[in-house]
Design a protein around this ligand. Structure first.
Ligand SMILES: NC(=O)c1ccc[n+]([C@@H]2O[C@H](COP(=O)([O-])OP(=O)(O)OC[C@H]3O[C@@H](n4cnc5c(N)ncnc54)[C@H](O)[C@@H]3O)[C@@H](O)[C@H]2O)c1
Length: 364
């Protein structure tokens, strides 16, 4: 899918101990990249990071993204050419409980990464991972486009909108061909909710379902009618990898914001997702507690992916049914023998890359 583009490339992934970062780092390792990861220790037990023994495959640095000197030190050692910035406080509910940590991590952390890049001559391109929640959500049926207004009702969403503004300011002021330098490619990636094996975060639908199903408890869902742009974790990661490669070859053309989400016809509610997961798992029940006063959460949110389809030649590879099947396969395999899952994750990555290449999604 990527030919040998990533072979021997020095790549830094922030947030590599998390769900998406661990899959991305494993994929990059598979592609022959020389990967360095920077993050806090895994926050869940089990974690995909530990189950795939990622610390044996990549340069593993633990530290706080809020500390600029530590980040600069890691940049000095790793001398990265490409950066994927994923480290963040990624949970909406936690952002209500601790907005300051969320803002410091998601906005201040992004500033720190961009500052370190500004002072690191080896860097050629960076992808900053924000979220579909960066948009001013009007709860309308149309998909948000990259030029729609940013916003964010809750602290998490606002922090991601703000990270977008920070990235755009650095791009215009420094990294653009007319900026103060260095000239490099900077893109932001806005994906929706991802599913896949190896996520154990709290207050996320798939981990909540798996915790319930493996302990014979009913699945409790808070917002059964909420619609989200669910997709398999490997789909947006493929988009990030394509984007970084394009940024390296043509920074001026590919810098800017990019949405990655499912096709418009493939959006489901939380309840439908849980029901389909139960069918695939083979057992399980759902309970929806009576609505009580709870922090605001978006009900309807989806993304227009036209820009990525036309300009990046990216498109979703797995529809929601396949994404659920792959996710259940992963957790079932883990549930039956709780050994290292590295082989299983690698197999899913290889199978995904074959399907993507068949769909014509590859670097030319
Ligand atoms: N999971 C989703 O559905 C989803 C959807 C849209 C956007 N995103 C974004 O994708 C990125 C990755 O999400 P995820 O689901 O893997 O989250 P996650 O919570 O599993 O992982 C977060 C990562 O960030 C690191 N981190 C958090 N605070 C840090 C700090 N102060 N210093 C250093 N590292 C810190 C963690 O150690 C971890 O490695 C985040 O930026 C998130 O906002 C995720």
């Amino acid at each position: 899918m990527f030919n040998d583009f990533y072979q021997n490339k020095r790549v830094l992934v922030t947030g590599h101990t998390g769900f998406k970062g661990s899959w991305l780092s494993l994929w990059l390792h598979e592609l022959g990249a020389n990967v360095t990861g920077f993050a806090l220790p895994p926050s869940t037990n089990p974690s995909h990071f530990n189950l795939i023994s990622l610390d044996n495959l990549v340069g593993h640095f633990e530290g706080d993204i809020r500390d600029l000197e530590t980040i600069k030190h890691v940049f000095d050692i790793a001398k990265p050419e490409l950066i994927f910035h994923l480290a963040a406080q990624a949970l909406v509910r936690d952002s209500y409980n601790d907005p300051k940590t969320t803002f410091d991590t998601n906005i201040g952390g992004t500033v720190n990464v961009l500052e370190a890049i500004r002072q690191c001559p080896s860097v050629k391109a960076v992808v900053v991972i924000t979220s579909d929640k960066c948009y001013d959500n009007r709860e309308w049926v149309w998909g948000y486009r990259e030029n729609d207004p940013l916003g964010g009702h809750d602290p998490y969403s606002a922090s991601k909108g703000a990270a977008e503004i920070v990235a755009a300011a650095y791009q215009r002021s420094y990294f653009d061909k007319n900026g103060q330098g260095p000239h490099l490619g900077l893109a932001t990636a806005r994906a929706g909710n991802v599913i896949g094996g190896g996520d154990w975060a709290k207050d996320r639908i798939i981990p909540d379902c798996i915790r319930a199903l493996t302990t014979d408890q009913p699945i409790i869902i808070r917002n059964p009618q909420a619609t989200r742009p669910w997709q398999h974790v490997l789909d947006p990661l493929a988009g990030y990898l394509l984007l970084a490669a394009r940024l390296l070859e043509n920074p001026d053309k590919y810098s800017g914001a990019w949405n990655f989400g499912p096709q418009t016809y493939d959006q489901t509610t939380v309840r439908e997702l849980a029901e389909r997961l139960i069918t695939t798992w083979g057992s399980g029940t759902i309970q929806s507690p009576p609505a009580k006063k709870a922090p605001h959460e978006a009900h309807l949110l989806h993304l227009s992916i036209d820009k990525a389809i036309f300009d990046l030649k990216w498109q979703p590879v797995l529809d929601s049914s396949s994404a659920i099947n792959w996710t259940v396969d992963w957790y079932k395999s883990w549930h039956h023998s709780q050994e290292t899952r590295q082989e299983l994750s690698v197999l899913q990555i290889r199978k995904f890359a074959e399907l993507a290449a068949l769909k014509g999604q590859m670097l030319s």
